[in-house]
Design a protein around this ligand. Structure first.
Ligand code: CMC
Length: 436
Protein backbone atom coordinates (compact mmCIF):
# COMPACT_ATOMS: atom_id res chain seq x y z
CA UNK A 1 0.00 0.00 0.00
CA UNK A 2 1.31 3.42 -0.92
CA UNK A 3 0.87 6.35 1.46
CA UNK A 4 -0.73 9.39 -0.20
CA UNK A 5 0.85 12.84 0.23
CA UNK A 6 -2.15 14.11 2.14
CA UNK A 7 -3.66 13.00 5.45
CA UNK A 8 -7.24 13.12 6.70
CA UNK A 9 -8.06 15.07 9.85
CA UNK A 10 -11.07 14.13 11.92
CA UNK A 11 -12.25 16.86 14.26
CA UNK A 12 -15.07 16.87 16.81
CA UNK A 13 -17.47 19.67 17.65
CA UNK A 14 -17.25 18.93 21.42
CA UNK A 15 -13.65 20.08 21.70
CA UNK A 16 -12.08 16.58 21.81
CA UNK A 17 -8.66 16.65 20.17
CA UNK A 18 -8.71 16.01 16.43
CA UNK A 19 -6.94 12.98 14.99
CA UNK A 20 -4.86 12.61 11.87
CA UNK A 21 -5.53 9.55 9.77
CA UNK A 22 -3.20 8.17 7.06
CA UNK A 23 -4.51 8.02 3.49
CA UNK A 24 -3.44 5.26 1.08
CA UNK A 25 -3.48 5.24 -2.69
CA UNK A 26 -4.35 2.22 -4.79
CA UNK A 27 -2.95 1.76 -8.29
CA UNK A 28 -6.27 3.04 -9.62
CA UNK A 29 -9.58 4.00 -8.01
CA UNK A 30 -10.46 5.95 -4.85
CA UNK A 31 -7.96 6.51 -2.02
CA UNK A 32 -8.78 5.04 1.39
CA UNK A 33 -8.60 6.59 4.84
CA UNK A 34 -6.93 4.23 7.31
CA UNK A 35 -9.12 4.11 10.42
CA UNK A 36 -7.51 1.08 12.05
CA UNK A 37 -6.17 3.11 15.00
CA UNK A 38 -9.31 5.22 15.37
CA UNK A 39 -10.74 3.22 18.29
CA UNK A 40 -7.45 3.22 20.17
CA UNK A 41 -7.10 6.98 19.63
CA UNK A 42 -10.70 8.12 20.21
CA UNK A 43 -12.70 5.25 21.73
CA UNK A 44 -15.05 5.50 18.74
CA UNK A 45 -15.99 3.12 15.96
CA UNK A 46 -17.07 4.04 12.44
CA UNK A 47 -20.59 3.07 11.35
CA UNK A 48 -21.10 1.69 7.84
CA UNK A 49 -23.68 -1.09 7.58
CA UNK A 50 -23.68 -2.56 4.09
CA UNK A 51 -20.07 -1.33 3.60
CA UNK A 52 -21.18 1.67 1.52
CA UNK A 53 -17.88 3.49 2.12
CA UNK A 54 -15.65 0.79 3.54
CA UNK A 55 -12.79 -1.04 1.82
CA UNK A 56 -12.59 -4.30 3.76
CA UNK A 57 -9.21 -5.35 2.35
CA UNK A 58 -6.51 -4.58 -0.20
CA UNK A 59 -6.68 -6.69 -3.34
CA UNK A 60 -4.87 -6.91 -6.66
CA UNK A 61 -7.31 -9.21 -8.44
CA UNK A 62 -10.36 -7.42 -9.84
CA UNK A 63 -11.09 -3.74 -10.39
CA UNK A 64 -14.48 -2.20 -11.16
CA UNK A 65 -15.08 1.40 -12.19
CA UNK A 66 -18.81 1.59 -11.58
CA UNK A 67 -19.27 5.03 -13.14
CA UNK A 68 -17.53 4.06 -16.36
CA UNK A 69 -19.02 0.55 -16.40
CA UNK A 70 -15.55 -1.01 -16.52
CA UNK A 71 -14.51 -4.42 -15.20
CA UNK A 72 -10.87 -5.56 -15.19
CA UNK A 73 -9.50 -8.94 -14.08
CA UNK A 74 -5.82 -8.40 -13.18
CA UNK A 75 -5.90 -5.31 -15.40
CA UNK A 76 -7.44 -6.96 -18.47
CA UNK A 77 -10.84 -5.63 -19.64
CA UNK A 78 -13.62 -8.21 -19.40
CA UNK A 79 -14.54 -7.57 -23.05
CA UNK A 80 -11.06 -8.71 -24.20
CA UNK A 81 -11.01 -11.73 -21.92
CA UNK A 82 -14.50 -12.81 -22.98
CA UNK A 83 -13.56 -12.49 -26.64
CA UNK A 84 -9.95 -13.73 -26.74
CA UNK A 85 -9.57 -16.15 -23.84
CA UNK A 86 -11.45 -19.12 -22.47
CA UNK A 87 -12.56 -19.77 -18.91
CA UNK A 88 -9.54 -21.86 -17.87
CA UNK A 89 -7.16 -19.14 -19.10
CA UNK A 90 -9.22 -16.71 -17.02
CA UNK A 91 -8.94 -19.05 -14.00
CA UNK A 92 -5.15 -19.12 -14.43
CA UNK A 93 -5.14 -15.33 -14.62
CA UNK A 94 -7.23 -14.88 -11.48
CA UNK A 95 -5.29 -17.46 -9.47
CA UNK A 96 -1.72 -16.65 -10.51
CA UNK A 97 -1.93 -13.09 -11.85
CA UNK A 98 -0.90 -13.80 -15.47
CA UNK A 99 -2.41 -15.22 -18.64
CA UNK A 100 -0.78 -18.54 -19.53
CA UNK A 101 1.10 -19.15 -22.78
CA UNK A 102 0.16 -22.24 -24.81
CA UNK A 103 2.36 -24.61 -22.76
CA UNK A 104 1.18 -23.09 -19.47
CA UNK A 105 -2.43 -23.40 -20.57
CA UNK A 106 -1.98 -27.06 -21.52
CA UNK A 107 -0.35 -27.81 -18.18
CA UNK A 108 -3.03 -25.97 -16.18
CA UNK A 109 -5.81 -27.67 -18.16
CA UNK A 110 -4.22 -31.06 -17.45
CA UNK A 111 -3.95 -30.28 -13.74
CA UNK A 112 -7.63 -29.29 -13.56
CA UNK A 113 -8.70 -32.31 -15.67
CA UNK A 114 -6.90 -34.65 -13.28
CA UNK A 115 -9.31 -33.64 -10.55
CA UNK A 116 -12.71 -33.61 -12.28
CA UNK A 117 -14.02 -36.77 -10.63
CA UNK A 118 -15.40 -36.61 -7.11
CA UNK A 119 -14.97 -39.28 -4.47
CA UNK A 120 -17.44 -42.06 -5.26
CA UNK A 121 -18.89 -41.69 -1.74
CA UNK A 122 -20.21 -38.23 -2.72
CA UNK A 123 -23.11 -39.81 -4.60
CA UNK A 124 -24.36 -41.49 -1.44
CA UNK A 125 -24.18 -38.18 0.36
CA UNK A 126 -26.17 -36.62 -2.49
CA UNK A 127 -28.77 -39.38 -2.35
CA UNK A 128 -29.71 -38.24 1.15
CA UNK A 129 -31.40 -35.19 -0.38
CA UNK A 130 -35.02 -35.11 -1.54
CA UNK A 131 -35.23 -35.22 -5.35
CA UNK A 132 -36.98 -31.83 -5.35
CA UNK A 133 -34.38 -30.10 -3.12
CA UNK A 134 -33.20 -26.75 -4.46
CA UNK A 135 -29.83 -27.22 -6.22
CA UNK A 136 -28.31 -24.44 -4.09
CA UNK A 137 -29.30 -26.33 -0.92
CA UNK A 138 -27.57 -29.37 -2.37
CA UNK A 139 -24.51 -27.39 -3.47
CA UNK A 140 -24.09 -25.77 -0.04
CA UNK A 141 -24.06 -29.25 1.47
CA UNK A 142 -21.85 -30.92 -1.14
CA UNK A 143 -19.18 -28.23 -1.23
CA UNK A 144 -18.95 -28.23 2.57
CA UNK A 145 -18.76 -32.02 2.45
CA UNK A 146 -15.66 -31.93 0.20
CA UNK A 147 -13.62 -31.13 3.33
CA UNK A 148 -14.56 -34.57 4.65
CA UNK A 149 -13.16 -36.27 1.55
CA UNK A 150 -9.92 -34.40 0.82
CA UNK A 151 -8.01 -34.30 4.09
CA UNK A 152 -4.79 -33.42 2.32
CA UNK A 153 -6.06 -29.97 1.33
CA UNK A 154 -7.78 -28.60 4.41
CA UNK A 155 -4.95 -26.65 6.08
CA UNK A 156 -5.56 -23.08 5.00
CA UNK A 157 -2.15 -22.01 6.38
CA UNK A 158 -0.30 -24.42 4.10
CA UNK A 159 0.25 -22.90 0.61
CA UNK A 160 0.34 -26.36 -1.02
CA UNK A 161 -2.97 -27.27 0.56
CA UNK A 162 -4.47 -23.98 -0.63
CA UNK A 163 -3.19 -24.58 -4.15
CA UNK A 164 -4.54 -28.11 -4.43
CA UNK A 165 -7.85 -27.08 -2.85
CA UNK A 166 -8.16 -24.35 -5.52
CA UNK A 167 -7.57 -26.81 -8.36
CA UNK A 168 -9.93 -29.37 -6.83
CA UNK A 169 -12.70 -26.84 -6.37
CA UNK A 170 -12.44 -25.50 -9.94
CA UNK A 171 -12.34 -29.07 -11.30
CA UNK A 172 -15.13 -30.56 -9.19
CA UNK A 173 -17.76 -27.81 -9.19
CA UNK A 174 -19.09 -28.71 -12.69
CA UNK A 175 -19.24 -32.38 -11.63
CA UNK A 176 -21.21 -31.52 -8.49
CA UNK A 177 -23.63 -29.16 -10.27
CA UNK A 178 -24.28 -31.75 -12.98
CA UNK A 179 -24.79 -34.45 -10.33
CA UNK A 180 -27.31 -32.24 -8.52
CA UNK A 181 -29.17 -31.86 -11.82
CA UNK A 182 -29.06 -35.54 -12.79
CA UNK A 183 -30.30 -36.45 -9.32
CA UNK A 184 -33.28 -34.08 -9.66
CA UNK A 185 -34.37 -35.71 -12.95
CA UNK A 186 -33.61 -39.26 -11.83
CA UNK A 187 -30.98 -39.94 -14.51
CA UNK A 188 -27.67 -41.73 -13.91
CA UNK A 189 -24.71 -39.54 -13.03
CA UNK A 190 -22.32 -39.12 -15.97
CA UNK A 191 -18.59 -39.28 -15.20
CA UNK A 192 -16.45 -36.41 -16.53
CA UNK A 193 -14.82 -36.72 -19.96
CA UNK A 194 -11.42 -35.09 -19.78
CA UNK A 195 -10.87 -34.86 -23.54
CA UNK A 196 -13.64 -32.24 -23.69
CA UNK A 197 -13.22 -28.56 -22.85
CA UNK A 198 -14.25 -27.33 -19.39
CA UNK A 199 -17.62 -26.10 -20.72
CA UNK A 200 -18.00 -29.07 -23.10
CA UNK A 201 -17.41 -31.54 -20.27
CA UNK A 202 -20.02 -29.77 -18.16
CA UNK A 203 -22.55 -30.04 -21.00
CA UNK A 204 -21.71 -33.73 -21.35
CA UNK A 205 -22.23 -34.38 -17.62
CA UNK A 206 -25.50 -32.42 -17.73
CA UNK A 207 -27.11 -33.63 -20.94
CA UNK A 208 -25.53 -36.95 -21.98
CA UNK A 209 -26.94 -40.32 -20.94
CA UNK A 210 -25.18 -43.71 -21.05
CA UNK A 211 -27.57 -44.77 -23.86
CA UNK A 212 -26.43 -42.45 -26.65
CA UNK A 213 -23.37 -40.64 -27.93
CA UNK A 214 -23.53 -36.94 -26.99
CA UNK A 215 -22.16 -34.33 -29.37
CA UNK A 216 -21.25 -30.95 -27.91
CA UNK A 217 -22.77 -28.01 -29.82
CA UNK A 218 -19.87 -25.51 -30.22
CA UNK A 219 -22.13 -22.43 -30.06
CA UNK A 220 -23.56 -23.53 -26.72
CA UNK A 221 -20.12 -24.57 -25.51
CA UNK A 222 -18.81 -21.06 -26.29
CA UNK A 223 -21.83 -19.45 -24.66
CA UNK A 224 -21.41 -21.44 -21.46
CA UNK A 225 -17.69 -20.71 -21.41
CA UNK A 226 -18.53 -17.01 -21.69
CA UNK A 227 -21.09 -17.23 -18.88
CA UNK A 228 -18.35 -18.78 -16.72
CA UNK A 229 -15.82 -16.08 -17.66
CA UNK A 230 -18.25 -13.22 -17.01
CA UNK A 231 -19.09 -14.59 -13.55
CA UNK A 232 -15.56 -15.60 -12.55
CA UNK A 233 -14.88 -12.74 -10.13
CA UNK A 234 -16.35 -9.42 -9.07
CA UNK A 235 -14.10 -8.07 -6.30
CA UNK A 236 -15.55 -7.71 -2.78
CA UNK A 237 -19.23 -8.61 -3.42
CA UNK A 238 -21.36 -10.22 -0.69
CA UNK A 239 -20.38 -13.85 -1.34
CA UNK A 240 -16.67 -13.07 -1.79
CA UNK A 241 -16.66 -11.03 1.42
CA UNK A 242 -18.43 -13.97 3.08
CA UNK A 243 -15.70 -16.34 1.88
CA UNK A 244 -13.01 -13.98 3.16
CA UNK A 245 -14.71 -13.51 6.55
CA UNK A 246 -15.36 -17.22 6.92
CA UNK A 247 -11.81 -18.10 5.87
CA UNK A 248 -10.35 -15.47 8.21
CA UNK A 249 -11.03 -17.75 11.17
CA UNK A 250 -8.61 -20.27 9.65
CA UNK A 251 -11.34 -22.70 8.64
CA UNK A 252 -10.68 -25.06 5.73
CA UNK A 253 -11.06 -23.78 2.13
CA UNK A 254 -14.03 -26.05 1.30
CA UNK A 255 -15.99 -24.76 4.30
CA UNK A 256 -15.20 -21.16 3.34
CA UNK A 257 -16.37 -21.72 -0.25
CA UNK A 258 -19.54 -23.44 1.01
CA UNK A 259 -20.27 -20.21 2.94
CA UNK A 260 -19.87 -18.31 -0.34
CA UNK A 261 -22.33 -20.64 -2.07
CA UNK A 262 -24.86 -20.05 0.72
CA UNK A 263 -24.52 -16.27 0.41
CA UNK A 264 -24.75 -16.30 -3.38
CA UNK A 265 -28.13 -18.04 -3.20
CA UNK A 266 -29.99 -14.87 -2.14
CA UNK A 267 -32.11 -13.03 -4.76
CA UNK A 268 -30.25 -9.74 -4.25
CA UNK A 269 -27.05 -11.51 -5.36
CA UNK A 270 -26.63 -14.66 -7.49
CA UNK A 271 -30.23 -15.70 -7.02
CA UNK A 272 -31.23 -12.72 -9.19
CA UNK A 273 -30.83 -14.74 -12.43
CA UNK A 274 -33.47 -17.22 -11.27
CA UNK A 275 -35.67 -14.41 -9.91
CA UNK A 276 -35.27 -12.48 -13.18
CA UNK A 277 -36.39 -15.38 -15.34
CA UNK A 278 -39.33 -16.09 -13.02
CA UNK A 279 -40.27 -12.40 -13.31
CA UNK A 280 -40.15 -12.53 -17.14
CA UNK A 281 -42.30 -15.68 -17.14
CA UNK A 282 -44.82 -14.05 -14.78
CA UNK A 283 -45.11 -10.97 -17.04
CA UNK A 284 -45.46 -13.29 -20.03
CA UNK A 285 -48.33 -15.11 -18.31
CA UNK A 286 -49.99 -11.75 -17.50
CA UNK A 287 -50.05 -10.91 -21.22
CA UNK A 288 -46.44 -10.24 -22.23
CA UNK A 289 -45.21 -7.00 -23.80
CA UNK A 290 -48.63 -5.33 -23.54
CA UNK A 291 -48.36 -5.59 -19.73
CA UNK A 292 -44.87 -4.10 -19.42
CA UNK A 293 -46.22 -0.61 -18.64
CA UNK A 294 -48.43 -1.95 -15.87
CA UNK A 295 -45.57 -3.98 -14.42
CA UNK A 296 -43.26 -0.95 -14.46
CA UNK A 297 -45.80 1.06 -12.46
CA UNK A 298 -45.62 -1.65 -9.79
CA UNK A 299 -41.82 -1.56 -9.81
CA UNK A 300 -41.89 2.21 -9.28
CA UNK A 301 -44.43 1.96 -6.46
CA UNK A 302 -42.37 1.67 -3.28
CA UNK A 303 -45.25 -0.04 -1.45
CA UNK A 304 -45.54 -2.90 -3.94
CA UNK A 305 -42.25 -4.54 -2.94
CA UNK A 306 -41.72 -5.40 -6.63
CA UNK A 307 -38.25 -4.87 -8.12
CA UNK A 308 -37.11 -5.11 -11.69
CA UNK A 309 -34.86 -8.13 -11.22
CA UNK A 310 -31.63 -8.06 -13.21
CA UNK A 311 -31.52 -4.28 -12.88
CA UNK A 312 -29.42 -2.11 -10.57
CA UNK A 313 -26.11 -2.70 -8.90
CA UNK A 314 -24.31 -1.40 -5.82
CA UNK A 315 -21.19 -0.53 -7.81
CA UNK A 316 -22.23 -0.04 -11.45
CA UNK A 317 -23.93 3.29 -12.02
CA UNK A 318 -23.66 2.67 -15.74
CA UNK A 319 -24.36 -0.30 -18.02
CA UNK A 320 -22.84 -3.45 -16.48
CA UNK A 321 -20.22 -4.47 -19.12
CA UNK A 322 -21.10 -8.13 -18.46
CA UNK A 323 -24.74 -7.45 -19.42
CA UNK A 324 -23.64 -6.14 -22.85
CA UNK A 325 -21.58 -9.29 -23.50
CA UNK A 326 -24.38 -11.47 -22.20
CA UNK A 327 -26.91 -9.80 -24.50
CA UNK A 328 -24.57 -10.53 -27.44
CA UNK A 329 -24.29 -14.19 -26.40
CA UNK A 330 -28.04 -14.37 -25.93
CA UNK A 331 -28.62 -13.28 -29.55
CA UNK A 332 -25.98 -15.75 -30.80
CA UNK A 333 -27.46 -18.71 -28.91
CA UNK A 334 -31.07 -17.94 -29.83
CA UNK A 335 -30.11 -17.63 -33.50
CA UNK A 336 -28.10 -20.88 -33.45
CA UNK A 337 -31.02 -22.71 -31.87
CA UNK A 338 -33.61 -21.15 -34.21
CA UNK A 339 -35.23 -19.26 -31.31
CA UNK A 340 -34.81 -15.71 -32.70
CA UNK A 341 -38.43 -14.98 -31.87
CA UNK A 342 -38.16 -16.17 -28.28
CA UNK A 343 -40.93 -14.21 -26.51
CA UNK A 344 -38.96 -13.87 -23.25
CA UNK A 345 -36.01 -12.30 -25.07
CA UNK A 346 -38.33 -9.85 -26.82
CA UNK A 347 -39.96 -9.09 -23.49
CA UNK A 348 -36.57 -8.51 -21.84
CA UNK A 349 -35.55 -6.12 -24.64
CA UNK A 350 -38.85 -4.21 -24.26
CA UNK A 351 -38.40 -3.95 -20.49
CA UNK A 352 -34.82 -2.77 -20.92
CA UNK A 353 -35.81 -0.11 -23.45
CA UNK A 354 -38.55 1.31 -21.26
CA UNK A 355 -36.40 1.22 -18.13
CA UNK A 356 -33.47 2.98 -19.81
CA UNK A 357 -35.78 5.85 -20.82
CA UNK A 358 -37.81 6.05 -17.62
CA UNK A 359 -37.02 8.86 -15.14
CA UNK A 360 -37.21 6.51 -12.14
CA UNK A 361 -34.37 4.37 -13.52
CA UNK A 362 -32.41 7.23 -15.09
CA UNK A 363 -32.33 9.26 -11.85
CA UNK A 364 -31.24 6.26 -9.79
CA UNK A 365 -28.73 5.16 -12.45
CA UNK A 366 -30.26 1.70 -12.69
CA UNK A 367 -29.02 -0.33 -15.66
CA UNK A 368 -29.27 -4.01 -16.62
CA UNK A 369 -26.80 -6.19 -14.73
CA UNK A 370 -25.28 -9.54 -15.74
CA UNK A 371 -28.35 -11.45 -14.58
CA UNK A 372 -30.78 -9.71 -16.91
CA UNK A 373 -29.88 -11.81 -19.97
CA UNK A 374 -28.02 -14.79 -18.49
CA UNK A 375 -31.25 -16.60 -17.54
CA UNK A 376 -32.58 -16.40 -21.10
CA UNK A 377 -29.36 -17.93 -22.45
CA UNK A 378 -29.36 -20.70 -19.86
CA UNK A 379 -33.02 -21.50 -20.43
CA UNK A 380 -32.41 -21.74 -24.19
CA UNK A 381 -29.50 -24.12 -23.53
CA UNK A 382 -31.88 -26.35 -21.59
CA UNK A 383 -30.72 -25.57 -18.08
CA UNK A 384 -33.62 -25.54 -15.62
CA UNK A 385 -34.31 -22.23 -13.91
CA UNK A 386 -33.62 -23.58 -10.42
CA UNK A 387 -30.07 -24.50 -11.50
CA UNK A 388 -29.10 -20.99 -12.69
CA UNK A 389 -27.56 -19.87 -9.41
CA UNK A 390 -25.61 -23.12 -9.10
CA UNK A 391 -24.02 -22.32 -12.49
CA UNK A 392 -23.11 -18.88 -11.13
CA UNK A 393 -21.54 -20.61 -8.09
CA UNK A 394 -19.58 -22.94 -10.36
CA UNK A 395 -18.13 -19.97 -12.23
CA UNK A 396 -17.52 -17.77 -9.16
CA UNK A 397 -15.61 -20.50 -7.32
CA UNK A 398 -12.32 -19.46 -8.93
CA UNK A 399 -12.86 -15.86 -7.80
CA UNK A 400 -13.70 -16.96 -4.27
CA UNK A 401 -10.66 -19.18 -3.97
CA UNK A 402 -8.32 -16.62 -5.57
CA UNK A 403 -9.55 -13.98 -3.11
CA UNK A 404 -9.33 -16.36 -0.17
CA UNK A 405 -5.75 -17.33 -1.05
CA UNK A 406 -4.83 -13.67 -1.56
CA UNK A 407 -6.17 -12.87 1.92
CA UNK A 408 -4.29 -15.69 3.63
CA UNK A 409 -1.07 -14.61 1.88
CA UNK A 410 -1.53 -10.97 2.99
CA UNK A 411 0.69 -10.21 6.02
CA UNK A 412 -1.90 -7.65 7.19
CA UNK A 413 -4.71 -10.22 7.35
CA UNK A 414 -6.49 -10.69 10.67
CA UNK A 415 -9.62 -12.54 11.66
CA UNK A 416 -12.58 -10.38 10.56
CA UNK A 417 -14.40 -8.97 13.56
CA UNK A 418 -16.74 -6.02 12.90
CA UNK A 419 -17.92 -3.90 15.84
CA UNK A 420 -21.41 -2.53 16.46
CA UNK A 421 -23.45 0.42 17.63
CA UNK A 422 -25.35 -1.14 20.53
CA UNK A 423 -28.98 0.02 20.84
CA UNK A 424 -30.39 -2.67 23.15
CA UNK A 425 -31.17 -2.67 26.84
CA UNK A 426 -28.58 -1.50 29.34
CA UNK A 427 -27.56 -3.85 32.14
CA UNK A 428 -30.55 -5.14 34.14
CA UNK A 429 -31.21 -7.92 36.64
CA UNK A 430 -33.03 -11.18 36.02
CA UNK A 431 -36.27 -11.34 38.07
CA UNK A 432 -37.51 -14.63 39.51
CA UNK A 433 -39.92 -16.22 36.99
CA UNK A 434 -42.99 -15.45 39.15
CA UNK A 435 -42.22 -11.72 39.10
CA UNK A 436 -41.60 -11.26 35.31
N1 CMC B 1 -35.90 -2.22 -9.32
C1 CMC B 1 -36.49 -1.12 -8.83
N2 CMC B 1 -35.87 -0.22 -8.04
C2 CMC B 1 -34.59 -0.45 -7.74
C3 CMC B 1 -33.90 -1.59 -8.22
C4 CMC B 1 -34.60 -2.48 -9.05
N3 CMC B 1 -34.02 -3.58 -9.53
N4 CMC B 1 -32.62 -1.58 -7.77
C5 CMC B 1 -32.53 -0.47 -7.02
N5 CMC B 1 -33.70 0.22 -6.99
C6 CMC B 1 -33.97 1.51 -6.34
C7 CMC B 1 -34.10 1.33 -4.83
O1 CMC B 1 -35.43 1.09 -4.46
C8 CMC B 1 -33.57 2.66 -4.35
O2 CMC B 1 -34.58 3.64 -4.56
P1 CMC B 1 -34.74 4.87 -3.51
O3 CMC B 1 -33.44 5.62 -3.58
O4 CMC B 1 -35.90 5.63 -4.02
O5 CMC B 1 -34.98 4.23 -2.17
C9 CMC B 1 -32.44 2.99 -5.31
O6 CMC B 1 -32.81 2.31 -6.54
C10 CMC B 1 -31.08 2.53 -4.86
O7 CMC B 1 -31.14 1.13 -4.60
P2 CMC B 1 -30.52 0.42 -3.35
O8 CMC B 1 -31.39 -0.75 -3.00
O9 CMC B 1 -30.22 1.42 -2.27
O10 CMC B 1 -29.17 -0.09 -3.99
P3 CMC B 1 -28.22 -1.21 -3.41
O11 CMC B 1 -26.88 -0.87 -3.89
O12 CMC B 1 -28.40 -1.38 -1.94
O13 CMC B 1 -28.77 -2.53 -4.11
C11 CMC B 1 -29.10 -4.29 -5.66
C12 CMC B 1 -28.22 -3.11 -5.25
C13 CMC B 1 -28.38 -5.08 -6.75
C14 CMC B 1 -29.32 -5.22 -4.45
C15 CMC B 1 -30.46 -3.75 -6.17
O14 CMC B 1 -30.26 -2.92 -7.29
C16 CMC B 1 -31.44 -4.88 -6.51
O15 CMC B 1 -32.09 -5.41 -5.62
N6 CMC B 1 -31.53 -5.26 -7.83
C17 CMC B 1 -32.36 -6.39 -8.23
C18 CMC B 1 -31.66 -7.69 -7.90
C19 CMC B 1 -30.51 -7.97 -8.85
O16 CMC B 1 -30.66 -7.88 -10.07
N7 CMC B 1 -29.36 -8.39 -8.27
C20 CMC B 1 -28.21 -8.82 -9.07
C21 CMC B 1 -27.01 -7.97 -8.85
S1 CMC B 1 -25.75 -8.28 -10.11
C22 CMC B 1 -25.23 -9.90 -9.87
C23 CMC B 1 -24.42 -10.06 -8.65
O17 CMC B 1 -23.29 -9.57 -8.59
O18 CMC B 1 -24.90 -10.71 -7.72
Amino acid sequence: MKLADNKATLSFSNGSPSVELPVYQGSVGPDVVDIRKLYAQTGMFTYDPGFLSTASCQSAITYIDGDKGELLYRGYPIEQLATNCDFLETCHLLLYGNLPNAAGKAEFTKRVSNHTMVNEQMQFFLRGFRRDAHPMAIMTGLVGALSAFYHDSTDINNPEHREIAAIRLIAKMPTLVAMAYKYSVGQPFMYPKNNLSYAGNFMHMMFATPCEEYVVNPVIERALDRIFTLHADHEQNASTSTVRLCGSSGTNPFAAIAAGVACLWGPSHGGANEACLNMLEDIQKMGGISKVGEFMEKVKDKNSGVKLMGFGHRVYKNYDPRAKLMQETCKEVLTALGLENDPLFKLAMALEKIALEDDYFVQRKLYPNVDFYSGIVQRAIGIPVSLFTAIFALARTVGWIAQLNEMIGDPEYKIGRPRQLFTGSERRDVLPIAKR
